[in-house]
Design a protein around this ligand. Structure first.
Ligand SMILES: Cc1cc2nc3c(=O)[nH]c(=O)nc-3n(C[C@H](O)[C@H](O)[C@H](O)COP(=O)(O)OP(=O)(O)OC[C@H]3O[C@@H](n4cnc5c(N)ncnc54)[C@H](O)[C@@H]3O)c2cc1C
Length: 438
C-alpha cells in the first residue's frame, strides 16, 4: 500500500507515525513544502526566549527520526495538483500514484486586507519556518512592534517582546483579549495587571484599516496612527486553500468536508488537522478547531481508518493553556459568552482558591454547567502560579459528562505543599450558582 501524506507538521507526522505502526509493510511518504519537518508554530518566540539555540531546533521531530521509522520525507516539495480519479498527485518536483492520500497541509495566518499584504516582500505572519527565518533579523532589531490580533498567539508574542524590552502595540477588534476562551468578567484581575505592565499599549475595540511603509511602518486605526519598526499579524488561522483542495467538497468557511472517519468526498483521500471542520463534544454543530492536540488526534484517527472505517473522530473541546505576562491561563469547553450555542440552559459558578496550603497564590476558577443536569460544560482557570494541568482533568470530566455532584466526590491527592484542602473541581458543587440570562 502506497500512502502519501501532504504536510509534515502535527497532523501529517502523527498520521505517518501511527500508520507505520499499523501497516508495517506500507510505503509511507510525507511531502512538505518547507525545508524542515515539524516546525513549532511558536518556534520564533521560543527561539527569541533562548529556549532553543537555533531557530531550526524549534521542531517536535526531524527528518532523520522519521526516516529511522521507514517514513520517506520529501522536503522543499509542494503539492500542486491532485487527480482523485487517477489516484495521482503532482508536486513541484514529480508525479506520484497513491493508494491512500492524507491531506494535512494545515492552515495559514494571512487573512488581513491591510494594504501591504500584496507585497511579496512583506508577510507579517510567523507560523512556519521560512517566514520565521525571514523576519527574525527585523524582529531582533526592532524597538517597537505592532501586533494585530490579541488571541493566544498575539498575547504570547506581546509577552515575549515586552520581556525583550521592546515596546508593543497590541491591536484587537474585540474589547478584550483571548475572547474565544475566556469570559471578560473572569479576566478582570489579569486585565487590571496588564494595564500596569510597562511598554505595552493595548488598542481594544480597534480595527486596522491600512498599513503603509516609509522609514517605519505606519498603522492606521481609523483616525489614529501608530508608527512601529515591525508589524506582525496573529489573527485567526484559516485552511491553506491551494488549488488542489478545491477539488474536494468544502464547507462555506473553506474547511474540507469530512465524514465521521475523516474521509473527504473523494475515495481514498482523508483530510486532517487545521483543514477540517470538527465535531465539538458539547454542541450540536461542529466548529473549526485549529489546535495542535486536535491535529495530532485527527492524524492518528485517519491512520486507523485507512484500510477500513473503524474509528469515528470525536473532535475536541478547544482546550488551551498558556503563560503570558507572568499569568497562567487555561480554558476548556463552553464559556458563558457563547452559551447561546448550547441547546440547554446554562449556569455558572466562580470562585477563588489558594494554590496550596503553602503557596497562597490565588487560582481563579469559573465553571460553566448545564442548569438542569448539572453536567460540567466548561472551565476557565487563571493564576500567577502554574495551575495549567488542572484544565486537563476538567476536559476529561466534560468529555465523560460528569456532573458537579460526581466531581465533588472525585478522588485527588492531598499534600500541603502542592494542594489545598479541596481541589477546585471538588468545590464546584458548593456555593451559589449564577443563572445564565439566555
Ligand atoms: C503563532 C501560532 C502559535 C500557535 N500555538 C499553538 C499552541 O501553543 N497550541 C496549540 O494547540 N495550537 C497552537 N497553534 C495552532 C497550531 O499551529 C495548529 O493548530 C497546528 O499547527 C495544525 O497542525 P496541522 O498539522 O494541521 O497543520 P500545519 O501545522 O499548518 O502544517 C501544515 C504543513 O503542511 C505544509 N504544506 C502546506 N501546503 C503544502 C503543499 N501544497 N505541499 C506540501 N506541503 C504543504 C506546511 O508547510 C506545513 O508544514 C498556533 C498557531 C499559530 C499561528
Amino acid at each position: 500500500m502506497k500512502i502519501y501524506i501532504i504536510g509534515a507538521s502535527f497532523a501529517g507526522v502523527s498520521c505517518g507515525v501511527h500508520a507505520r505502526e499499523l501497516y508495517p509493510d506500507a510505503e509511507i511518504t510525507i511531502i512538505e513544502k518547507n525545508p524542515i519537518v515539524g516546525f513549532l508554530p511558536g518556534g520564533l518566540l521560543l527561539y527569541l526566549q533562548n529556549k532553543f539555540e537555533n531557530l531550526n531546533d524549534a521542531v517536535f521531530t526531524t527528518k532523520k527520526q522519521l526516516e529511522e521509522q521507514r517514513i520517506n520525507v520529501k522536503l522543499s516539495e509542494t503539492l500542486f495538483d491532485c487527480d482523485p480519479e487517477k489516484h495521482e498527485i503532482t508536486t513541484s518536483k514529480n508525479t506520484y500514484h497513491y493508494d491512500k492520500l492524507i491531506l494535512a497541509n494545515g492552515s495559514e495566518q494571512k487573512s488581513l486586507n491591510i494594504g501591504l499584504e500584496d507585497d511579496d516582500e512583506w508577510d507579517p505572519s510567523f507560523k512556519n519556518y521560512d517566514l520565521s527565518n525571514k523576519i527574525l533579523a527585523q524582529i531582533k532589531n526592532a524597538s517597537t512592534i505592532a501586533i494585530i490580533g490579541a488571541g493566544q498567539a498575539g498575547m504570547e508574542a506581546a509577552s515575549t517582546f515586552v520581556d525583550l524590552n521592546k515596546t508593543v502595540h497590541l491591536i484587537e477588534a474585540m474589547d478584550y483579549p483571548l475572547f474565544k476562551y475566556f469570559d471578560p468578567d473572569f479576566l478582570k484581575p489579569f486585565l487590571a495587571a496588564l494595564k500596569k505592565t510597562p511598554n505595552v499599549h493595548f488598542h481594544f475595540n480597534t480595527t486596522v484599516t491600512e498599513v503603509t511603509k516609509n522609514e517605519q511602518y505606519e498603522i492606521l486605526l481609523g483616525e489614529q496612527k501608530i508608527a512601529s519598526d515591525h508589524v506582525l499579524t496573529t489573527v485567526n488561522v484559516h485552511p491553506q486553500l491551494a488549488k488542489f483542495t478545491k477539488k474536494f467538497k468544502l464547507h462555506s468557511d473553506n474547511t474540507i468536508q469530512i465524514n465521521d472517519y475523516l474521509e473527504t468526498s473523494a475515495q481514498d483521500v482523508f483530510a486532517v488537522g487545521d483543514l477540517i471542520h470538527s465535531p465539538v463534544r458539547i454542541r450540536e454543530e461542529g466548529a473549526y478547531l485549529p489546535q495542535i492536540n486536535h491535529a495530532v488526534r485527527s492524524g492518528v484517527v485517519a491512520a486507523e481508518n485507512l484500510l477500513q472505517t473503524q474509528m469515528k473522530f470525536k473532535g475536541g473541546l478547544r482546550t488551551i493553556g498558556t503563560k503570558v505576562f507572568d499569568w497562567y491561563l487555561a480554558s476548556t469547553g463552553l464559556i458563558e459568552e457563547e452559551a447561546f450555542v448550547y441547546s440547554g440552559e446554562v449556569a455558572t459558578k466562580s470562585f477563588t482558591q489558594n494554590a496550596s496550603l503553602v503557596d497562597k497564590t490565588p487560582i481563579y476558577c469559573k465553571a460553566v454547567f448545564e442548569k438542569a443536569s448539572k453536567k460540567l460544560l466548561g472551565m476557565q482557570l487563571l493564576s500567577q502560579t502554574n495551575c495549567l494541568e488542572k484544565i486537563n482533568t476538567a476536559a476529561l470530566a466534560i468529555e465523560n459528562e460528569v456532573t458537579l455532584a460526581e466531581l465533588m466526590q472525585n478522588d485527588y491527592f492531598f499534600q500541603p505543599e502542592f494542594t489545598n484542602v479541596m481541589e477546585p473541581l471538588n468545590r464546584i458543587n458548593m456555593g451559589s450558582e449564577t443563572r445564565h440570562a439566555f
